[in-house]
Design a protein around this ligand. Sequence first.
Ligand code: HAM
Length: 414
Amino acid sequence: MAGGGKLQAPRGTFDVLPEDGRRRAKLRALCEELFEPAGYGYVETPIFEATELFARGVGETTDIVQKEMFTFEDQGGRSLTLRPEGTAGVCRAYLEHGMHKQPQPVKLWYWGQFFRHEAPQAGRYRQFNQVGIEAIGSDDPSLDAESILLLFELLEKSGAKGVRLRLGSLGTPETRRAYSEELRDYLRGREGELSDEVRGRLDANPLRAFDSDHPGTQAVVKDAPKLLDRLNEEDAAHFAEVRALLDEAGREYEVDDALVRGIDYYTRTVFEFTSDALGAQSGVGGGGRYDGLIEMLGGPHTPGVGFAAGIERILLVSELEAGQDTPDVYVVRDGESTSAFVVLGALRGAGFSAQMEQAGRSLKGQLKHADRLGARAVVIVGSEGMSVRDMQSGDQRDVSDLAGALDALKQVVA
Ligand code: HAM
């Protein structure tokens, strides 16, 4: 290939370096501690799936499917897509593995990479990570509340700042269809004030008007009829129950009668967590109920609810400390000693976190490096013998063999 340009990570992607990696590991541990005891089992689904899964599940008219998918053909001519979200894949797996035969609801959680071809900016990437949960097989409002409360708790435990919750309900597809007609008629009546984009989508999806940041459109939308006022009796009762459970839990939220999510599978409850500490991309996590999704994928009617949160966005607004891994022991090589490596192995075998000199530093340089690493103790391995040094007190004593070194270290490191 021609050109000697510098190779860089592709646009919208990033490298995770060790400090960031430690923060991620902490966050992941937090997720596990929260979700597993609540009955959510860990799942992994493929990073790529049949394109049709997302076309059907996420929805043909969504931005995600229309503009943001990384789609490619494999050698067999099958159209595959790097997953833009996790719910469709998890529901596919639920069906494929006959999980409807297990006691319901089946509760699952996941963590991994997702891909959307969006314009990169702070907190918005083309490859990003999400953590999510899905509870499939029951429409009990307590599952909606549980989803919301678990995300609340995760954000709280990770020290996320400026968190707010917006909550809405979309009702059933039938309600939404009737409401869409009503809204379309209303918007048509004031078409001249709408943005070109919203006007262009009036037929396909008038609800998108609520998403617009165009001032004229916003003014029109303010007086528009609201979906929440059109919910049928059952959906209204379901929403009231979800709200009652959140009130009971003492969690604050704002009812948003125009909460639009960028995915088509939602029915009834929808929610979004934002953080004031984020810029334009303020969404830290969101989710809702998707009672029709599994049917859209060819399965029996099976309700479900869940959320996904952006790992990078949580880390941007959280106080999670990376923590520093300091070794218990640093093995210093004094002279032409080959036994240092054996000592290193024995130390690790005895349960110490141990590192050794591997860059040819002088004796003085090695001690300085051990100090820089924060080692509690140093074992100096010379051609003649060994000594153990307490890096805090500076005390140093000779030991006759490995067993002696281990004894001495136990006292220092304890
Ligand atoms: P979503 O709202 O599209 O929902 O994405 C969830 C979260 O993923 C967002 O709130 C945001 O934090 C993060 N995210 C999305 N796109 C990007 C990006 N380009 N860069 C960085 N972070 C991003 C879903 O994906 C649904 N599957 C959630 C769900 C689960 N609903 C029901 N169950």
